[in-house]
Design a protein around this ligand. Structure first.
Ligand code: NDP
Ligand code: 2IT
Length: 443
C-alpha cells in the first residue's frame, strides 16, 4: 500500500476530525519508510492499529450553577494505546474541546510518552466546559460530576489522567477528592496533585522547564544558549509560566505573553512579581492577558499573536495551530534561530515547513514539551514507592530525560548537518511502541 492511500483510508474513517488527521499525517510521513521496509510491522498492521484508539469513552456531565440552573457538558476519555504502560495523559477543559482535538492529543501522547523512556501508554480526555466567569464552587461541582463517571474507567495501573488547558492544581484537587470518595482508596490515580497529598515537586513547572532545557540543548548544537536572548512566549497558563521562569534563570529575556484577547509586549522583560502575576491571571477565570498590561503599564496588542515581535527564540505555549505560515515567515525574517513547541502542535504544518526549509532549529511538542508528562511519570514512581524525592532530585531526573529525548531526536533525525526533530521524535517514539505491540500479538 502507498502512504497516500493509507492516509486517505484514515481520513475516510475519521471524517470531520481535522486536528486528528493533521497529527496522524505528520507521524505517518515520518515513519512510513521504516514501516514500509519492515515486513513484521506491515504483516501485523501496526500502523492501522496504532491510529485506532483502544477505547473511546464519552459521557454526560450534568451540573448545577450558583443560580440553580442546570447545565450539561460532554466528557471524554480517549484510551489510545497501552502497549508500553497504563494510559497516561492530561484532561482539557475548554469550550473548543471535541473528539477530533482529544484524539489528536491522545495520539501525540503515545509517542511523547514513549520518548520519555518511562513506562506510560497514551491517553487524553476532557470536556467542553467553559470556566470563564465561573466561581470556585461551580468549578468544583463540575469536576465532581465529571469524576462521578470517569472514576469507573481509570485507576493507578489502568489510566492516570493529569492536567492540560483549563485543568491545573485546583481542578486536580476536586477531581481527586471525588475519586477517593467513590473508590475508597488513596492511590496515585491522577498526577499534578498537591504537595501535601502525593504530588511531586517541580510538576507544576515541569513542562515549561523541560521545554527550555530542550531548547537549550538545541541552541547548544550551534554553540549558543539563552544568555542575552530575546524570547517570545505565547499563552499565559501553566506551561508559559514554567518556561518564563527557566528562561529568566538561564539569562534570557521574555518580552511577550498572549491570551485569547491579544498579546502583551513588555520590553523590560517578564521577571519577578510579573511572573507571579501570571498565576493570578490564570486563577481569575477572566481569560484576558490585557490584565497584565493594565497592571504593569506595558503595551497590549488586541486580537493579535506575538510572532511579529523581533526575537531570537520563540516558544509557543498556548494551544494548537496558533503559529501560521505567515508567522513563521515573519520569525525567520526577523532573525529568529529557534522555535520549540511548549504547547501541543501550536505550529501548523505550513509553518513547520517554512521553519525547516529555512534550516532554523525547530522542535515539535512531543519532544519539547514531554517534560510535563515525564515528571508525571516521576510522580507515579514516587506514589508507588510511597516516598517523595527532593526538588533537586526531580529536577536532575527531568534534565536527564530531556537530554535523552534530544539525543534520540538527533539519532533518528540528523542528516547532512541538520536535525529534523520532527522526524527524529516520531521515529524514536514509534519504534518502541510498535515493537511492544509486536511482542503482544494481535490484540
Ligand atoms: P493553561 O490552561 O494553564 O493555559 C492555556 C493557555 O492557552 C491560556 O493562556 C489559554 O487562554 C490559552 N488558550 C487555550 N486555548 C486557546 C485558544 N483556543 N485560543 C487562544 N488561546 C488559548 O494550559 P497549559 O499551560 O497547561 O497548556 C498550554 C499548552 O501546553 C496546551 O497545548 C497543552 O496541551 C500543552 N501542554 C500542557 C502540559 C501540562 O502539563 N499542563 C504538558 C504538555 C503540553 P484561555 O484560557 O483563554 O483559553
Ligand atoms: O500534553 C501533555 O503532555 C500533558 N498535558 C501532560 C500529561 C500528563 O499526564 O502529565
Amino acid at each position: 500500500m502507498k502512504m497516500h492511500d493509507f492516509l486517505e483510508g484514515v481520513a475516510a474513517k475519521n471524517p470531520a476530525q481535522p486536528e486528528f488527521l493533521q497529527a496522524v499525517k505528520e507521524v505517518v510521513e515520518s515513519v512510513w519508510e521504516i514501516y514500509d521496509s519492515n515486513p513484521r510491522f506491515k504483516q501485523a498492521k501496526i500502523l492501522d492499529r496504532i491510529v485506532e484508539p483502544e477505547r473511546v469513552i464519552m459521557f454526560r456531565v450534568p451540573w448545577v450553577d450558583d443560580r440553580g440552573e442546570v447545565h450539561v457538558n460532554r466528557g471524554y476519555r480517549i484510551e489510545f494505546n497501552s502497549a508500553i504502560g497504563p494510559y497516561k495523559g492530561g484532561l482539557r477543559f475548554h469550550p473548543s474541546v471535541n473528539l477530533s482535538i482529544l484524539k489528536f492529543l491522545g495520539f501525540e501522547q503515545i509517542f511523547k510518552n514513549s520518548l520519555t523512556t518511562l513506562p506510560m501508554g497514551g491517553g487524553k480526555g476532557g470536556s467542553d466546559f467553559n470556566a470563564k466567569g465561573r466561581s470556585d464552587y461551580e468549578i468544583m461541582r463540575f469536576c465532581q460530576s465529571f469524576m462521578s463517571e470517569l472514576f469507573r474507567h481509570i485507576g493507578p495501573n489502568t489510566d492516570v489522567p493529569a492536567g492540560d488547558i483549563g485543568v491545573g492544581g485546583r481542578e486536580i484537587g476536586y477531581l481527586f477528592g471525588m475519586y477517593k470518595k467513590l473508590v475508597n482508596e488513596f492511590t496515585g490515580v491522577l498526577t499534578g496533585k498537591g504537595l501535601n497529598w502525593g504530588g511531586s515537586l517541580i510538576r507544576p513547572e515541569a513542562t515549561g522547564f523541560g521545554a527550555v532545557y530542550f531548547a537549550n540543548s538545541m541552541l547548544g548544537t550551534k554553540g549558543e544558549g539563552f544568555e542575552n536572548k530575546t524570547v517570545l512566549v505565547s499563552g499565559f497558563g501553566n506551561v508559559a509560566w514554567g518556561a518564563v521562569q527557566k528562561i529568566n534563570e538561564l539569562g534570557g529575556k521574555v518580552v511577550t505573553l498572549s491570551g485569547p484577547d491579544g498579546y502583551i509586549y513588555d520590553k523590560e522583560g517578564i521577571t519577578g512579581d510579573k511572573v507571579e502575576f501570571m498565576l493570578e491571571m490564570r486563577a481569575s477565570n477572566r481569560d484576558t492577558v490585557k490584565d497584565y498590561a493594565d497592571e504593569f503599564g506595558v503595551d497590549f496588542v488586541a486580537g493579535k499573536r506575538p510572532w511579529e515581535v523581533k526575537c531570537d527564540v520563540a516558544i509557543p505555549c498556548a494551544t494548537q495551530n496558533e503559529l501560521l505560515r505567515e508567522d513563521a515567515e515573519m520569525l525567520v525574517k526577523n532573525g529568529c534561530i529557534c522555535v520549540a513547541e511548549g504547547a501541543n502542535m501550536p505550529c501548523t504544518p505550513e509553518a513547520v515547513e517554512v521553519l525547516q526549509e529555512s534550516k532554523i532549529l525547530f522542535a515539535p511538542g512531543k519532544a519539547a514539551n514531554a517534560g510535563g508528562v515525564a515528571t508525571s511519570g516521576l510522580e507515579m514512581s514516587q506514589n508507588s514507592l510511597r516516598f517523595n524525592w527532593s526538588r533537586d532530585e526531580v529536577d536532575q531526573k527531568l534534565k536527564v530525560i530531556m537530554k535523552n529525548i534530544h539525543d534520540q531526536c538527533e539519532l533518528y533525525g540528523s542528516k547532512d548537518g541538520y536535525t529534523d526533530y520532527v522526524k527524529g521524535a516520531n521515529i524514536a517514539g514509534f519504534m518502541k511502541v510498535a515493537n511492544a505491540m509486536l511482542d503482544h500479538g494481535i490484540v
